[in-house]
Write a protein that binds this ligand. Sequence first.
Ligand code: CIR
Length: 261
Amino acid sequence: MSAATDFTHAIVRAPSASVTDGLRAVDSGTPDADRFAGDHAAYVAALGAAGAEVIALPALEEFPDSVFVEDAALCLPEGAVVMRPGAPSRSGEAAAVAPALRKVYGRVETVMDGFIEGGDILVTDREILVGLSARTDAAGVAALRAIVEPWGHTVRELATPPDVLHFKTDCGLLDGDTVLATERLAASGCFSEYRVIPVEPGEEPCANCIRYNGVVLFPAGFPMTAARLRDAGYDLVELPNEQAALIDGGMSCLSLRFTPS
Ligand code: CIR
């Protein structure tokens, strides 16, 4: 059992019609809202099949990126932390997710200083890694540390590679001690204490995968890395991600995964 990969619940938020206005670093096309909804339904079904009781929150038209609910909160065994997103258009998403967290958690705290988004946070069995990025600053990391260190967690501040949106854009936890990581992130040495399975060069967008209980939810279309993971013994569920990828989203961004306390 690993508190970093074994869960009972997940929170998702339905994509809004306004998802077509989602933020993107490079414009490679606008997502199709209907196809996005179909992909999202498959993702939710996969979480359910993996054993999740899925709490589905309604779409928020005023927040085009709110389907990426991971960025608004951090869920830990001891409690939940409401984030402080660094993207101005996303700042209101944090308050919007708080009521759902209060229904399932006895303890919900809120980051009040700096900026921090859930996509920059990787929780493993031994520590919480937080990557500084265009969305997460040192003051936000310090505010998170002040909340979670009294809960017994260690926070390690790291750098996210230049021009990479979030720390977890380039990595995903496969089990309590193993990460899938791009070469550009692993080269920083940040995973020197972990077993690292490298993403096949050229398949970097698949690094953002998630382990939920017995399976790894993995974006379809990255066969070399998928084969590498299967060879290593992981049970992959491949899911369509083309629409979310157009606005820089992946497997982790679409849910909060947790066991309520
Ligand atoms: C954004 O730029 O904020 C969204 N379009 C994508 C957020 C992806 N979230 C994540 O990686 N945790």
